[in-house]
Write a new protein. Structure first.
Length: 266
């Protein structure tokens, strides 16, 4: 406003200088007209400035609203499914130790044969026996996991399916491995027949393992969904093969929360 007044006064002074040859009435009339025009222009500029200020204020308000909305919409968390799956494997940790021991024995046998420390005949006999023992140990892990699921209240919605799966696994896998182990012990099976029957039971075990993994993964997803809803997360990502970088200030690891939720099932 002060700048406008300076412009007006300066304009008046110049008009006075330029109008020295005119009569006092003409000069005064001319000055008053130009002053009025300048005042009108100043008022228009002031109005325009007020409008621009109002627009800036509105834009600031919109930006603040967008920032608040962004925080509400993009509440993101991530989950390490493999680590969450560890809750299930921890329940059969003793069986896993046995399987690891058998696997090491099998590897040791392979090394002995490669180093010619044992004969081919001795290797074949021990190799078949260890193949069965390793597979048996792996089957025990899955059957132990399956029994734990059946007994768990957290799997009550699929208990019927789990019990049916256990019956099939017992007949097709467990009983067949027992028969193979008995035959190997007395040595009355030819290599081709052993390989064929072993491959069949191993394939059946793989299907059982995949079925249990799928069931466990489903429960992990359900637990993650529950944690996300209770903590206000709008998006949960899987850390493996998805997240390359995540700022801990804006993306949260909920793996431990999910692990705890699953542990309540047992």
């Amino acid at each position: 406003m002060q700048r406008v007044m300076i412009i007006v006064l300066t304009g008046c002074f110049l008009l006075l200088l330029s109008g020295c040859g005119e009569s006092d009435g003409d000069r005064i009339g001319g000055i008053e007209g130009q002053v009025a025009a300048l005042q009108t222009r100043a008022a228009a500029l002031e109005s325009q400035l007020e409008q621009e200020h109002a627009r800036v204020t509105e834009l600031r308000s919109q930006i603040a609203t967008l920032e608040d909305t962004e925080e509400e919409i993009f509440a993101v968390a991530y989950l390490d499914i493999e680590r969450a799956f560890g809750v299930f494997t921890d329940e059969v940790s003793d069986l896993r130790e046995i399987a690891d021991t058998k696997q090491k024995e099998f590897i040791s046998l392979q090394e002995q044969y490669q180093n010619e420390a044992i004969s081919a005949e001795e290797y074949q006999d021990k190799n078949n026996q260890l193949l069965i023992e390793v597979l048996q140990a792996q089957i025990d892990i899955d059957m132990g996991t399956l029994d734990g699921m059946i007994a768990s209240s957290g799997f009550s919605d699929v208990r019927g399916n789990l019990e049916q799966l256990r019956e099939q696994a017992q007949a097709i896998i467990v009983d067949e491995v027992d028969r193979l182990e008995a035959i190997i012990r007395v040595g009355v099976i030819n290599p081709q027949e052993f390989e064929s029957r072993y491959t069949q039971v191993q394939n059946a075990f793989t299907q059982l393992d995949q079925a249990l993994t799928q069931i466990a993964t489903t429960k992990i997803v359900e637990a993650a969904h529950k944690i996300a809803q209770s903590n206000g997360y709008d998006l949960v990502l899987q850390s493996k093969n998805v997240i390359i970088y995540g700022d801990a200030r804006t993306i949260t690891d909920i793996t431990d929360l999910v692990r705890y939720e699953i542990s309540l099932y047992f």
